[in-house]
Design a protein around this ligand. Structure first.
Ligand code: PMP
Length: 448
């Protein structure tokens, strides 16, 4: 019997005892290949990496933590300098949080304070996108649009206007090119701003590549360039959420580099300390920093553990590794291999409707019917069967009943630690094939 309030109490959880590179070992000595990077966190280095362990041990021994309003610390300053040196243009400042949810909340609170400081306090409205995830708190649930998780809280969520996601598989008309589709959905932002009143909108929030709600969904070419133009035209701040897809996961340091845009805020978290310590961050444009510092003089948000010295020490070790020569080249090579192996294995599969992603962040979208793209009924719980089947075969996946513009569809997200080699990729694809087919057989039997 457990007294822990687990999030999914009905799920029987194995006990994780040890990590070893690409593997987790449970209480019975069973080894699991980590196809989910412990929640897209253990991104860079895999499990139990000696350099990070040493960095954490050294820092705890010297000074674990002190409140950031009273002292700064060496790892905090070093991490901030690493993260801002190669940040997208204009993002010269970094504010530390403990999680991705807090990083998104910080971006929105700073956006609001910015407009108050510059005398535009009528700007309060936030625009987000359907089929998106921005965190589990009231702010993140409000800006995001994960229907099932929002449901009990709907009445107390902040009032956010949601536009369509950039979701080519389900959104593009046959008559449209990729570019035409991207411009059409981006233009929904302009219509929303005009509808709400251009001088009332403060921010637009989007994941550069989605990770959770509809699996990994990269934008089509030109989409974010148009979004940036629209934000600039109406003075709306652009928040790109790269908590899931940032810091090397898509093959470049930041996913938005590949879209040729720089936001006003960039939220990051999972890949900062690679899961070795909890830490998130909001990269902030210099103009926001200046307005707040020259205005009231201080940002009015912030958390007790912001810039925790031990978390920063772990993050410095992880970030150095991520920037080591050749590291990201290897992520690109392995990402390309993963994509091509998934296409070989599942391209003709009768129940895989779409294979998409970027770098080491890929998704299979399951459908009952490939022609109509109809998903399996949610009541069949296919993703849960895939997850269990893979786990029994020693593969950790992220199989989830995603939200496809209001209805549920099954997705498998594959995002292994970035140290994966070709043998790991081969095993992931093979075990995934077995797990999906076993789950489909079981599902058909249950439905009969
Ligand atoms: N934004 C995105 C894009 C995420 O994927 C997540 C977590 N999955 C969050 C925000 C929230 O991060 P956390 O769980 O660390 O609060």
């Amino acid at each position: 019997m457990t007294s822990v309030f687990h999030r999914i109490p009905k799920r029987q959880l194995p006990v994780a005892i040890r990590g070893d590179g690409m593997y987790i070992i449970d209480q019975d000595g069973k080894r699991y290949l980590d196809g989910y990077a412990g929640g897209a966190c253990v991104s860079c280095l895999g499990h139990s990496q000696p350099d990070v362990i040493t960095a954490v041990q050294d820092q705890i021994a010297k000074m674990a933590y002190f409140h950031g309003a009273i002292f700064t610390s060496e790892p905090l300053e070093e991490l901030a300098s690493i993260l801002t040196t190669d940040a997208p243009q204009g993002l010269t400042r970094v504010f530390f949080t403990n999680s991705g949810s807090e990083a998104v909340e910080t971006a929105l609170m700073m956006a609001r304070q910015y407009f108050v400081e510059i005398g535009q306090s009528q700007r309060k409205q936030v625009i987000g996108r359907r089929s998106s995830y921005h965190g589990a708190g009231i702010t993140g649930l409000g800006v995001g649009h994960q229907v099932a998780r929002r449901r009990p809280f709907e009445d107390i969520l902040p009032n956010v206007f949601h536009i369509s996601p950039c979701y080519e598989y389900r959104g593009r008309l046959e008559s449209e090119t990729l570019e035409q589709y991207g411009l059409r959905v981006a233009d929904e932002l302009e219509q929303a701003i005009l509808g709400l009143g251009p001088d009332t909108v403060m921010a637009f929030v989007a994941e550069t590549v989605t990770g959770t709600t509809s699996g990994a969904t990269p934008p089509v070419p030109g989409y974010f360039k148009r979004i940036r133009e629209i934000c600039d035209k109406y003075g709306v701040l652009l928040v790109l959420d790269e908590v899931f897809c940032g810091l090397g996961r898509t093959g470049t340091l930041h996913a938005c580099e590949q879209d040729g845009v720089a936001p006003d805020f960039l939220t990051i978290a999972k890949g900062i300390a690679g899961g070795y310590q909890p830490i998130g961050a909001t990269l902030v444009h210099q103009k926001v920093y200046d307005a707040i510092v020259l205005g009231s003089g201080s940002y009015k948000g912030g958390y007790t553990y912001s810039g925790h010295a031990t978390a920063c020490a772990a993050a410095v070790a992880v970030q150095k590794c991520l920037r080591a020569p050749g590291f990201l080249d290897n992520v690109q090579t392995m990402g390309a291999l993963l994509a091509s192996r998934l296409k070989e294995q599942f391209g003709q599969h009768p129940h895989i409707g779409d294979i998409r992603g970027r770098g080491m962040l890929m998704t299979l979208e399951l459908v009952e019917n490939r022609q109509t793209k109809a998903p399996f009924p949610a009541s069949r719980g296919l993703s849960s069967s895939i997850y269990q089947s893979a786990l029994s075969k020693g593969l950790i996946t992220h199989a989830l009943p995603g939200t496809v513009d209001g209805h549920v569809g099954d997705h498998v997200v594959i995002c292994p630690p970035l140290i994966a080699n070709s043998d790991h990729i081969e095993t992931i694809v093979e075990l995934l094939g077995e797990a999906i087919d076993a789950a489909l057989v079981e599902n058909r039997a249950n439905a009969a």
